[in-house]
Design a protein. Structure first.
Length: 462
């Protein structure tokens, strides 16, 4: 049998974890720099502390994972510095290089206390990702795709991706509807978030919606108001940039970002930096065509005057020769018309006589045919009348026979005839008794015979 006695040598959990804490403290006596991806910031606004969830990925899979903490006093300093350098808020899903203490506690396990974050490292990683995005777009043949779309000569139907309350949208409308008052420009707003984590996703969704309605528009405008550069990294998103490249309409950007062009601005058909510039660009397309039309009109007027001057003398000379020719032609046509008139009069008389004879012959023939038809219809009418009389008599006899049969049947059903055959009718309170259950002992009844009636009292029912 196995030995069921407890082992004599064993350690408690707290002793093991205490030794682990000692090993960690000896192995990492001082803070050190660590690189990882901050999967989730886990910021608690009530306390001001954050408990980031850190991971390391290899080939797209998580190879290591650890919890960390940033005390409120450190978080405010780190977040401010990070925003100033990168132009981006400290948030989920970014790769960071951070300075941290390695701590182990028997109850809370392994924790990294983050003391500082190297914002320059994250900025470099952002630049690297931006470079990869550009290289990938070029390798897939997408980078210059939207630029190859021909811009309509007069872009009058505009699909605008912006926020309804955006200052940039207000500036654009002010330019379009004040400077271009006489121009028929139609703008359709596709509301979207213009920055931050959801910016790329919502702008991309609006581009897809517009793509399905491409026949309704001439161009797409992505408009964002001015302000700081916070949240602009969404415009470096590969998926958004690809959607701009593949858009079936030319995309014009005006996101108020004057330095370090984003990838979206690079791949767009036209980038005008600010919404105001975009407005003037649209108006400029109209005025460019108006100017061309005015130049063409001036050229046509000049050519018309030259042609008139060159051909005026030629026409003057032709006028005299045409007059002489016209007189000769007029006399010739006059003689021809006179001869044609005489010929037509003679021909008309002949045709009139022939037509008169034909009409007379047709009238006589028509009269004969009408007489024949009248006689035939008279015979038919007489035959029909005779047949109707015979059929009417036959039907009358049949109906009379049917009525006689019905009369006999009705006579047989006459109550008096039924009484004559020996039957009687029993009445109680003036009503016909059909069932003995309707009567009780002592009920007064009346019996009707073919001849006469009797009244009686019920003594006993059976």
């Amino acid at each position: 049998m196995p030995d069921t006695a407890f082992p004599k040598n064993y350690a408690s959990l707290s002793e093991i974890l205490s030794q682990v804490r000692t090993v960690v403290a000896r192995g990492f006596p001082a803070p050190l720099w660590i690189k990882a991806e901050m999967l989730k910031l886990n910021h608690y606004s009530a306390s001001g502390h954050a408990f980031p969830e850190l991971v390391e990925k290899q080939n797209g899979k998580i190879a290591a994972k650890c919890q960390s903490m940033i005390w409120a006093s450190d978080l405010q300093r780190i977040a401010t510095n990070f925003l100033n350098i990168t132009g981006k808020h400290l948030s989920d899903g970014i790769e960071i290089l951070f300075y941290a203490e390695v701590k182990f506690h028997e109850q809370y396990g392994m924790r990294l206390r983050i003391i500082d974050i190297d914002a320059q490292f994250t900025l470099g990683q952002m630049a690297l990702e931006r470079k990869k995005t550009i290289e990938r777009l070029k390798s897939e043949g997408l980078f210059f795709l939207n630029k190859q779309i021909l811009m309509p000569v007069i872009p009058a139907r505009l699909a605008v991706i912006s926020a309804a309350t955006s200052r940039g949208l207000h500036d654009l409308k002010n330019i379009i509807f004040s400077t271009g008052t006489s121009l028929k420009i139609k703008m359709t707003l596709f509301s979207a978030i213009l920055q931050g984590e959801r910016g790329a996703e919502t702008i991309e969704n609006r581009l897809k919606q517009i793509g399905k309605r491409a026949a309704e528009f001439d161009a797409v405008l992505i408009i964002r108001g001015g302000g700081d550069d916070t949240g602009m990294d969404c415009y470096d998103n590969f998926s958004l940039a690809r959607s701009v490249c593949e858009c079936p309409l030319p995309v014009i950007t005006g996101i108020g970002h004057s330095t370090n062009l984003t990838v979206t601005e690079m791949v767009a058909h036209t980038n005008k930096i600010t919404p105001t510039d975009v407005g003037y660009f649209i108006i400029g397309c109209f005025y460019e065509q108006i100017t061309k039309l005015q130049e063409i009109s001036s050229q046509l007027n000049a050519l018309a005057l030259m042609c008139v001057a060159e051909h005026e003398q030629v026409l003057h000379d032709y006028a005299f020769s045409v007059a002489d020719i016209a007189k000769g032609q007029f006399q010739h046509q006059k003689d021809f018309l006179l001869s044609s008139e005489n010929f037509l009069q003679q021909k008309a008389k002949q045709n009139l006589i022939l037509a008169h004879n034909d009409i007379n012959a047709n009238v006589a023939d028509l009269q004969n045919k009408i007489k024949q038809l009248f006689i035939m219809q008279q015979h038919k009418t007489e035959s029909i009348n005779l047949a109707l009389k015979q059929n009417s008599l036959s039907i009358l006899m049949q109906k009379k026979s049917s009525l006689q049969i019905i009369e006999n049947k009705v006579s047989l059903l006459d109550p008096q005839n039924i009484l004559n055959r020996g039957y009687s009718i029993t009445l109680h309170n003036g009503k016909i008794v059909k069932n003995s259950k309707e009567l009780k002992d002592g009920s007064k009844i009346e019996t009707v015979f073919a001849k006469g009636r009797i009244k009686s009292t019920v003594n006993k029912k059976q």
